[in-house]
Ligand binder design. Structure first.
Ligand code: TNX
Length: 517
């Protein structure tokens, strides 16, 4: 087991001679910045760090906002305008200093800092654990320089097929923050459920939210949604809400007859088929619905994106589909947001400029997936990579079929989730055209956050590393000294990471691929 084991791998890690830092009862967390605003932003990250470290250590760890240039013992969080992108971290016997140009950079540095302490520091105190003074909370001596490769590092949670409480979503936000992910994409609507209050179309939740695949109904009020958005923001995570159109709409079609071709409401649906539903793309009611939903969604969404779906629309001709998504993308753009759509949306050559595509085909593209994906770039947008055969975390693990599905080229091993490269999938889609990487988890078979954690961990860690860590050797534009990505090198770091999950009580899959310490 390496002495220093961080996931995702930082850009550069240099072990220093001498002792590392030992956290003690007298340690404090100090925050400094060049302005009052930076000072309070750094102090807020310090408070978050204190909340992580206090329960298990029992130390007070007071947070002291000190103003620029203050030297203080313990952990120093410094916002400095002149700092490089990302963060740098220096740990030695005198203390730990994390420096960044922004609070977001500091927060990333804090995620690295957590992983320098013994994993047990993550454990919550309950009846079975107790503060004990026989643990030395010591880090290695190290200098780290780090910055993300991709700006968009996401996880998607399907809250439409099954219902997840606000508390469950918050837990998932904390789970993904550990891995320096900065986007939570919520798939809010589908055939089996509509999960967001829309004031101008109340039956969406009165009727459309009454079903799910495995349990009862449920939805987020606007206040619930805002609570999730705010919690995510406190972890520097942007919420991307998805309203899936024009297919995957049975919950809306069951709620309002006027959205249907033929004008008759459908029955609520609890099955797991896809591709059977569509709104009537020529009905005035449909366009009032799209306008109203987008307007109300944009009003409560502070982030820059809204996702309008566009996947698996199998009931429309290509011309009908293209016309629908171009008009929907214009409505989305008019709300002031950048629209994201699944890659099929790229069939349209008249998307709102800058629309972002989300690629979900395989690592080797089939049919028209590649041209449809390139179409977004040709129209001034970028692409998020979610190749389903390696990043759909609802696929079975090779060693258990207890949860999940198989359709995306069979089970997905931990090694497969690590062994792909975003720039090597669609020919002509280079680094600059890729906004980032996202791992979706669809929930037809998943009942609650425990099931999600089982499917997601450990496989989310390799994907987070692909999203965050520097381009490996062999990728165009990689640094001359770039490392080769190797599962053998990753495995011991992953083994160290899951010890942290153990301490946190995350119920991950104890995959036989996890090497033992
Ligand atoms: C495909 S690929 C879907 C979802 C399903 C998922 C199940 C894509 C954008 N959509 O509707 O839930 O497969 O794995």
């Amino acid at each position: 087991m390496p002495n220093i084991a961080i996931v995702p791998a930082p850009a550069s890690v240099t072990e220093l001679p001498g002792d590392g830092f030992t956290l003690g009862a007298q340690s404090s967390i100090s925050a400094t910045g060049d302005s009052a605003e930076q000072l309070s932003a750094a102090a807020a990250v310090g408070e978050y760090l204190g909340e992580l470290l206090r329960p298990r250590t029992g130390f007070e760890l007071a947070v002291n906002p000190l103003g620029a240039d203050a030297a203080a013992p313990g952990i120093r969080l410094v916002i400095d305008d002149s700092a490089a992108p990302g963060y740098s971290l220096h740990a030695d016997a005198d203390g730990i200093t994390v420096t960044a140009a922004s609070a977001e950079g500091l927060f990333s540095g804090v995620q690295t800092l957590r992983q320098l302490f013994p994993a047990r520091i993550e454990a919550a105190l309950d009846g079975s654990t107790r503060v004990s003074d026989d643990v030395e909370w010591t880090t290695p001596a190290v200098q780290i320089e780090d910055a993300p490769r991709f700006a968009y590092r996401g996880a998607m949670l399907d809250v439409a097929r099954n219902v997840f409480s606000v508390a469950a979503v918050k837990r998932y936000i904390d789970d993904i923050a550990l891995l320096k992910l900065n986007v939570l994409h919520l798939h809010l609507t589908d055939d089996q459920g509509w999960r967001l209050q829309i004031d101008s179309w109340p039956r969406l939740t009165e009727i459309g939210a009454s079903t799910s695949v495995l349990g009862g109904g449920g939805f987020y009020t606007k206040a619930d949604y805002t609570e999730i958005v705010d919690y995510a923001a406190s972890r520097f995570i942007t919420l991307v809400p998805e309203i899936d159109l024009p297919g995957h709409t049975n919950a809306a079609l069951a709620s309002y007859p006027e959205l249907n071709i033929g004008g008759v409401a459908t029955e609520p649906y609890r099955g797991v088929e896809v591709g059977f539903s569509t709104v009537d793309t020529t009905a005035d009611a449909t366009w009032r619905f799209v306008e109203d939903v987008v307007r109300e969604l944009a009003e409560i969404t502070p982030g820059p994106y809204i996702h309008l779906g566009g996947d698996e629309s199998l009931q429309l001709s290509s011309a009908e589909f293209s016309a629908f998504v171009s008009r929907a993308s214009e409505i989305g753009a008019a709300s002031g947001k950048t629209v994201i759509g699944w890659h099929e949306m790229g069939q349209s050559r008249e998307l709102a400029p800058g629309t972002i595509g989300q690629y979900w085909d395989f690592v080797t593209p089939r049919a028209d997936a590649a041209p449809h994906t390139l179409s977004f770039v040709e129209q001034g947008g970028q692409v998020i990579m979610s190749p389903s055969d390696v990043s759909y975390l609802d696929m079975h693990y090779p060693d258990t079929d207890r949860l999940g599905q198989l359709w995306a080229d069979g089970p997905t091993s931990v090694e497969e989730a690590y062994s792909w490269e975003p720039t090597a999938i669609v020919t002509g889609l280079d680094e600059a055209a890729i906004l980032g990487v996202e791992a979706p988890v669809w929930t037809e078979t998943l009942d609650g956050i425990d099931d999600v954690e089982f499917m997601v961990f450990p496989r989310l860690a390799p994907i987070a590393e692909i999203a965050w860590s520097p381009a490996p050797a062999g990728v165009p534009g990689a640094a001359p000294d770039a490392a080769t990505r190797s599962f053998a090198e990753f495995s011991p770091r992953l083994a160290a990471f899951v010890e942290r999950l153990d301490a946190l009580g995350v119920r991950y899959h104890r995959s036989p691929e996890l090497s033992r310490r």
